[in-house]
Design a protein around this ligand. Structure first.
Ligand SMILES: Cc1ncc(C[n+]2csc(CCOP(=O)(O)OP(=O)(O)O)c2C)c(N)n1
Length: 332
């Protein structure tokens, strides 16, 4: 298949047209899914709260596009985007978020616990920083089984101040585990700006303390994320150990649905809206003549349709039967 070359932050990136379009589609699935979740929450159809991934699509799509289907990911409390990008079924994910019996956890896990082992999604977690050691465990498992799989673990810059981050990087480095540490630096941990909680500007600099590469991606440029992720994956598959990739990005909404994010300057938000990852990739595909307007429109319509169907499935699904309340809660 013929490849096309583009310049990404001064570096050449060659991909097939299919791959360019697949990466674009992955971002759209995340964006449209999250917009739908936002809408359904507003209609009071989602219990609890939600942590939207809107604005950070390029990170999940760029990292996961560099993985194989049999690779693993470990997600966070802001996890819908990771799961959608790794191929989770949108209908079962939406049903789970709505607490329905047809959801991934039969409606008992909700927004922060979407998991699909068949897709290599090891789990999401509401405990900040707790995914990092789990990913190291997956890395150990890969090494013991002698496969060339890798595991990518997502976490925020806030989580990089937790002890688990440092323990995980250290052990993964010492044992040369195939772990890709992906810091989604969206500048805020709830309402706490990065500069209040750490002195360093770059989380990636912390990699040097563990003797592993630490690189910074433009987290709103999916191709930059993809390029750096591909290098990290190559290194991990060869048995050369982990990499820390810091993706500089921004969440477009508040921390959770109950946060109006009044602590963020208006100009800052506007600046990041201008760097919207989806618009940038769309413009690039057109400007570089990789795809035509009608091809992109067709993909966008298909994804919208898929998300509509997921929402319909979830809305029409039953609530879990009260008699099943203790099922799946404890091991037999
Ligand atoms: C161990 C733990 N401490 C505190 C919290 C409350 N909490 C939930 S999300 C969050 C901020 C996390 O920030 P970051 O890791 O940067 O991820 P982001 O939400 O920005 O994606 C906090 C403090 C928690 N869930 N778990």
């Amino acid at each position: 298949m013929s490849t096309m070359s583009v310049k990404v932050h001064g570096m050449d990136l060659k991909l097939s047209k299919d791959m360019f379009l697949q990466i674009y589609k992955r971002m759209l699935e995340v964006r449209y899914f999250e917009e739908k979740v936002y809408e359904l929450f507003g209609q009071n159809l989602i219990p609890g709260t939600i942590h939207l991934y809107l604005g950070e699509e390029a990170t999940a799509a760029g990292i996961i596009s560099a993985l194989r289907e049999d690779d693993y990911i470990q997600s966070t409390h802001r996890g819908h985007g990771h799961c959608a990008a790794k191929g989770a079924k949108l209908d079962r994910m939406m049903a789970e978020i709505m607490g329905k019996a047809t959801g991934y956890c039969k409606g008992k896990g909700g927004s922060m616990h979407v998991t699909d082992f068949t897709k290599g999604i090891l789990g999401a977690t509401g405990v900040v920083g707790s995914g990092l050691p789990l990913a190291v465990g997956a890395g150990v498992s890969i090494k013991l089984r002698r496969t060339d799989q890798v595991v990518a673990v997502f976490f925020g810059e806030g989580a990089s101040n937790q002890g688990t981050f440092h323990e995980a990087l250290n052990l993964a480095s010492v044992w040369k585990l195939p772990v890709i540490f992906v810091c989604e630096n969206n500048l805020y941990a709830m309402g706490t700006r990065q500069s209040i909680a750490m002195v360093l500007n770059n989380v990636a600099d912390r990699a040097s303390a563990y003797g592993i590469p630490g690189v910074i991606a433009d987290g709103n440029d999916v191709l930059d994320v993809y390029r750096l992720a591909s290098e990290a994956v190559k290194r991990a598959r060869k048995g050369e150990g982990p990499t820390l990739i810091e993706c500089k990005t921004y969440r477009l909404k508040g921390h959770s649905r109950f946060d109006a994010a009044a602590y963020r300057p208006k100009e800052e938000v506007e600046e990041w809206i201008k760097r919207d990852a989806i618009k940038r990739m769309r413009d690039r595909l057109l400007d570089e003549r990789i795809a035509k307007e009608d091809e992109l429109k067709k993909i966008e319509d298909e994804v919208r349709q898929k998300v509509e169907e997921a929402a319909k499935f979830a809305k029409e699904s039953p609530q879990p039967d009260p008699s099943t309340v203790t099922e799946g809660v404890y091991a037999d």
